[in-house]
Design a protein around this ligand. Sequence first.
Ligand SMILES: [Zn+2]
Length: 469
Amino acid sequence: MKEKDGVMIGLECHVQLDTVTKLFCGCKTQAEEPNSACCPVCLGHPGSKPVLNAKALDYALKVAAALGCEINREFFFSRKTYFYPDMSKNFQITQYEIPLGLKGSVTLSSGRKIGITRVHLEEDPAALVHESGMGTSNFSLVDYNRSGIPLVEIVTEPDMVSPEEARDFLDQLTTILSYLKVFSPTTGVLKADCNASVYGHARVEVKNVTGKKGVEKALAYEIARQKNLLLNEKNIVRETRAFDEKTMTTRATRGKETEADYGYITDPDLTAFELSEEDIEGMKKALPELHADKAKRFVEELGLDEYTAKVLANNFQLGNVFEQVAKEVESKLAAKFLTRELMAVVNRSELDLDKIELDPEEISALLKLLSSGKITEKVSKQALIVYLTRNIPPTKFVEKQGLSKDLGEGEIEKAVEAVLIQNKQAVSDLKQGKQKSLNFLVGYVMRLTKAKAEPRLVQEMILKKVKGM
Ligand SMILES: [Zn+2]
């Protein structure tokens, strides 16, 4: 968009790769106690030597391939030098001159393509925790558990035109990463440097924003701020800003380094790497089915409409759960239940779908009870709410509450007989073919049995008995 009021947004996304160990040492990536998962390598002690984690390289290459990048067969690592308390060795190992991948794209849900400039592998610095102490003393703690965690950096072209598009881009990106099984939406961290400008004016970078929602909010504030400056005939200064999650605003930071200030040098401890043509081809062939293809398959093979298919496939877990459940029950019932009922509970209770573990077997069992008429739709919805909000399996809930329509035929028959004796007028009306009386009698039996009878069976019994009267 190059209109007067147009906005240009580009993102530099840092996504944690879901490996067991760090990028250049054997320390674990998940640890409870601060500073419990670090060693001379990730702390940068003298004489320590980094060794590249093959899994992390494999994961980052998969990302580059899945985003349609050209993959560089030869690459190496560089040291980006700067001083900060989160960087005990005073440099970060990253890729600068030659990244793993160049020139890819991500397709938004609108169908618009966002260009990917580059994809590279790098290590995360440590985490700084800012605390306020007694009185006026403020202090910061450093947790080196994060130092050396593998990150894939994905840099986009300034192709996005609104905060909503940036959010959609991140949704699409994290879906792809989940399908590749290289990113965990539950434990993985996503951060982005957000570049935003109003067309024809200076670009501002909002650094280090955490999470998808954070990026959307930071950009919304920043763009409003820039437009407001222009409205008041003020200049937009090219600068780096930080996002404050508490106030949802951005503020100028003092850091004014440019890429040249980092004095990148090739890391002498890590040799140059070379991939064969076969390596790259083999890896491209081994890429799993991604969400766009999965949605297409849901339409073609399972007869879903395009919208429903996309809602299911756009979430890695939901798509997989649907596929499992659709093997057990009618696929349209499964799709409707997951996209409407389940998503309604998720949205209403503001739950994070990625943080809930769904068991396809439990959902299948619940839908079987529903489709066979053993429970009502209302009960299925109650069971779902309890499952999602309190993690009580639906089958347990139904069993415990005695909500299953489990009356035996003998008991139902007794109830039917009692109702027929008590409602002589309705019976004679029914004999004369009045459909309303049948509904009345069925309703009566359902009330008497506390809805624990199968309505179709009740109806059949009533008709049979009335006929013989
Ligand atoms: Zn280590």
